[in-house]
Design a protein. Structure first.
Lengths: 310, 216
């Protein structure tokens, strides 16, 4: 009996030391303690750049600890992370995407109405604050090489109709089954389908079209590789893709707990233009720079937007 | 960047992102070490216990064996359901995988202590605790260390997958390399330090293992 007691004591001791170690939030690893601002970022370049920018801004302007929850697979995953209190801030969310995927409503191509509606719903229903846009919109664009454009005389999306059945196209894997602004809706709106559709990781579509493996691809308008490969963007002549203004979203809970956060995040409102985002993306995607390094450089160049509150 | 060859690109990458790589390296290292440390705090006492209670040994090692057969990505996802995204999930996963080598080696080490030495100890009037502290543990220390060494090398590999639950570490760099144009240099930039970390720790712990063996 006596030695069982001793073993229990030992087991208790090891349990206490484990809990003690975890309770200190594992020294050296930010993000495991409860007083850390957790920024959720998806696996795309611009998401990561903006996540690091938010992190740098918060660390520069306040004493809060931050950590980045990186490489989340989609906007829904990052939304759920916020909803389930696994993260506090989502580095970029798009009004157009949230309207259709999160709220499950129909596409609204009126920018102001859609934005106000999404903002209100997020506040009331999900208790999250949608910040004003960073200043750029990232929308889906069909793109082809200049040679293809010349060969088939392509300027708008509708121009692809004649060749479509023979074309093989590369698309973002999450776009294929999306309701409202996905492929099904696209077929209806434009009245044609493509011969072969290859869903792929979004970062790969630019290479695929430039290397001639795909005839056309659907990519992001903010990607820096559009310029480096001189890709031709086809005009969305039926205005099928809704506006995707990019904003930060934070939970009301964290903004209430740390009131200093709101003005810090708001400093980035309207500060990142489409051109800027393309340049920053290009540095990461093409010039072997890490998103963290690019974000820091940009903020240092602009003095962390010191003195600009809005 | 296309004008540089792969090694020049790698050099360029390290020149421009050195601090970042270093911070991810230490993060990766700490996640692995914390997981293994907790596994050692829990696993070594369990190992000692089952070595003394022969019947339990099969059952406990059986359970640890079953844990080991779960693919690491599946294990990460299962634990994520409970603990959510982030670094804690990865530490718990590492902990679970590190348990088997640690428990098994502690058990083996303790059992391989020559029984006549234990008898001699008992004959000298040693208490159970003294026997454990002065005879059994020192004699099995090198085998226990070998278990820790196995566990740590395993842990570094698992931490690399931890990038999928957003824990950071060198896996982040590898994944980013797969998304970038001409990302081979970035993939290497993340993979090489990961391999290097495993090799260095393996060699260092092999040295410690030799040092703590009193019979050597």
């Amino acid at each position: 009996m006596k030695h069982i007691k001793r073993w229990l004591l030992m087991l208790g001791f090891s349990l206490v030391s484990v809990i003690g170690l975890a309770g200190c939030g594992f020294p050296g690893l930010s993000g495991s303690s409860s007083d850390t601002i957790r920024i959720a970022s998806q696996n795309t370049t611009e998401q990561q750049i903006m996540a690091y920018m938010l992190q740098d801004m918060i660390q520069h302007d306040s004493k809060l600890h931050t950590t980045i929850i990186n490489n989340l697979g989609s906007g829904t995953v990052s939304f759920n992370a916020l909803k389930n209190n696994q993260a506090d801030i989502s580095s970029i969310r798009f009004v157009g995407t949230d309207l259709t995927t999160i709220m499950g409503e129909n596409v609204d191509r009126n920018r102001t109405r859609a934005t106000n509606h999404v903002r209100e719903t997020f506040d009331k229903k999900y208790h999250m604050t949608y910040f004003p846009s960073y200043g750029f919109a990232d929308t889906y664009v069909w793109m082809v090489t200049q040679q293809t454009a010349k060969k088939y005389n392509l300027n708008t999306v509708s121009d692809m109709k004649k060749q479509a059945s023979k074309m093989s196209v590369g698309i973002d894997q999450i776009w294929l089954n999306r309701k409202g602004d996905g492929y099904d809706g696209f077929k209806q709106a434009y009245g044609f389908a493509f011969g072969q559709v290859h869903p792929m990781q979004i970062g790969l579509v630019y290479d695929a079209v430039a290397a001639g493996k795909m005839d056309a691809v659907l990519g992001y308008s903010t990607d820096g590789r559009i310029n480096s490969y001189h890709l031709k963007l086809l005009k969305d002549n039926k205005q099928y893709f809704p506006p995707y203004d990019a904003s930060a979203v934070a939970t009301n809970k964290v903004l209430k707990k740390h009131p200093e956060l709101k003005p810090i995040i708001a400093k980035l409102n309207g500060k990142i233009s489409l051109k800027t985002m393309q340049t920053l993306n290009y540095k990461v995607d093409n010039d072997l720079m890490e998103p963290e390094v690019v974000a820091k450089q940009y903020l240092e160049q602009h003095n962390y937007f010191e003195g600009s509150d809005d | 960047m296309a004008h540089l060859n792969l090694w020049e690109q790698l050099l360029y990458y390290y020149q421009h992102n050195g601090v970042y790589v270093l911070s991810q390296f230490s993060r990766h290292f700490l996640i692995s070490v914390y997981g293994v440390l907790i596994a050692a705090i829990v696993g070594i006492p369990i190992g000692i216990f089952i070595a003394h209670h022969g019947k339990l040994s099969g059952a406990v090692i059986g359970i640890a064996n079953v844990i080991q057969t779960i693919p690491s990505l599946a294990m990460l996802s299962i634990i994520m359901i409970g603990l959510g995204l982030g670094v804690n999930t990865v530490i718990v996963t590492v902990f679970l995988y590190a348990l088997l080598p640690i428990i098994k080696n502690t058990d083996t080490g303790m059992r391989n202590v020559n029984p006549s030495l234990l008898d001699a100890g008992k004959g000298m009037g040693m208490t159970r605790l003294q026997l454990l502290r002065l005879v059994e543990l020192p004699l099995s220390m090198s085998v226990i260390m070998a278990g820790l060494r196995n566990a740590l090398v395993l842990a570094i590999g698992i931490t690399a997958i931890g990038t999928f639950v957003g824990a950071g570490g060198l896996g982040d760099i590898i994944i980013r390399g797969t998304n970038a144009t001409n990302g081979s240099a970035i993939i290497l930039a993340g993979a090489l330090p990961t391999a290097l970390m495993a090799i260095i720790l393996d060699v260092a712990l092999a040295w410690v293992e030799k040092k703590v063996d009193p019979t050597a």
